[in-house]
Design a protein around this ligand. Structure first.
Ligand code: AMP
Ligand code: MG
Length: 362
């Protein structure tokens, strides 16, 4: 049984340091130096020892400890470890009067999961958005506070394929009665204004992967000949945030839920249900102390009449945008693949980016 104790005279770990805890210690030291002008608060040393001990705990020990602390005991070992480490981090930093982590950068998150026209073979398919859901999460109360939901009438392919109806559950009748995308977007933006988003409150858009903004919204704005909304140019890719926070492999929506010990609620590929489930993951990340920040952005070329301009997706973290702007899609894919050989973490870090450029090349 572990000796991690929730007190200052804690029986934390013994003097031994495994590789991970010493790596963590270095990271803490660097952060502490950065945050405190060179002076390292001893609390970071203590935290490093606690982390080392948590790394050595079995799943059962982790669950027992979390239960004792009245914390959520669901999820895989990675999740349990992170939750327990964050708990101690918050407590110890608070006690040491060092600014604790876990304060959200934004007031609100808007979770968006579009459904679009499609066919079984999507090569060169000009997707149009047919379902536009948005779930509003208050980052301070960590609750869903409102939802926006409308369907849109497609123009280029007004008849939904049997495949599309089967996948999304959306019927021809529903889209026939709906408004076209620009009118729906306008109402969605009025809904945002009704919550003073971007005026009194900060917010970020959250999606499951890069495609909602970089593919569906961009294609739709090009075909509707409207400007790409400024709020969609930078966003939080939850898959990326999740794998980076819990130090696990990149997962799809259902896998992320299962890994958290949760089940998908509703029907998959229903835009509203997908959005609600992404919101559940975002809330869990916030509850576990993750500060969700925008991690992807898109360069959007200004729309010119008759021209469909495709933007260039970038990692916010890697940030080298000028480089991407001057390359063709093929060059980018080639460069990304070359980089893959150089970095063993490449696939994890850039999977969505690579996949997106591959999609664009097709
Ligand atoms: P999702 O958010 O996973 O429900 O997918 C969003 C959109 O991507 C769908 O509305 C489809 O247009 C497209 N899509 C998803 N899965 C497939 C698939 N297996 N084949 C073709 N299109 C798909
Ligand atoms: Mg969906």
């Amino acid at each position: 049984m572990s000796t991690v104790e929730d007190s200052d005279g804690a029986n934390t770990a013994s003097g031994e340091k495994d590789a991970e805890s010493s790596k963590m210690h270095k990271v803490h030291k660097m952060r502490a130096k950065r945050d405190h002008g060179g002076d390292i608060d001893p609390v970071y040393k203590k935290l490093s020892a606690i982390n080392g001990e948590i790394n050595r705990m079995s799943s059962k020990e982790l669950r027992d400890k979390l239960a004792e602390l009245k914390l959520d005991v669901r999820g895989s070992k990675d999740i349990l470890q992170k939750r327990l480490k964050m708990h101690y981090k918050q407590r110890k930093l608070m006690k040491a009067k060092v600014k604790p982590p876990g304060n959200s950068t934004y007031d609100y998150l808007i979770i968006i999961d579009f459904e679009a026209t499609c066919q079984e073979n999507n090569l060169n398919y000009n997707h149009e958005i047919i379902e536009f859901p948005a779930v509003l999460v208050d980052c301070h109360t960590r609750e869903t506070v409102d939802e926006f939901h409308e369907f849109c009438k497609p123009i280029i392919n007004p008849r939904l394929t049997e495949f599309c109806c089967g996948l999304t559950g959306i019927t021809q009748d529903v889209v026939d009665k709906a408004d076209e995308f620009p009118a729906v977007l306008e109402r969605m933006e009025s809904w945002m204004s009704s919550h003073y988003l971007g005026v009194d409150h900060t917010f970020a858009v959250v999606t499951d992967g890069p495609w909602d903004m970089s593919r569906f919204l961009q294609m739709q704005c090009n075909s509707s000949k409207i400007h790409f909304p400024h709020w969609g140019k930078k966003w939080i890719n939850i898959r990326k945030a999740y794998s980076s926070y819990y130090s696990c492999k990149r997962m799809n929506l259902e896998e992320m839920l299962i890994n958290l010990g949760l089940k998908f609620q509703g029907t998959q590929h229903c835009g509203l249900h997908d959005s609600r489930n992404i919101a559940r993951i975002a809330i869990q990340l916030l509850n576990d102390g993750c500060d969700l920040v925008k991690n992807e952005f898109l360069h959007v070329a200004p729309p010119s009449p008759g021209t469909k301009s495709l933007g260039c997706l970038s990692n916010i973290s890697s940030g080298d945008t000028s480089d991407h702007q001057n390359r063709t899609k093929e060059e980018i894919v080639k460069k990304l693949e070359d980089m893959k050989l150089e970095s063993k973490n490449f696939v994890e870090e850039n999977q969505d980016l690579l996949e997106y450029h591959r999609l664009q090349s097709t």
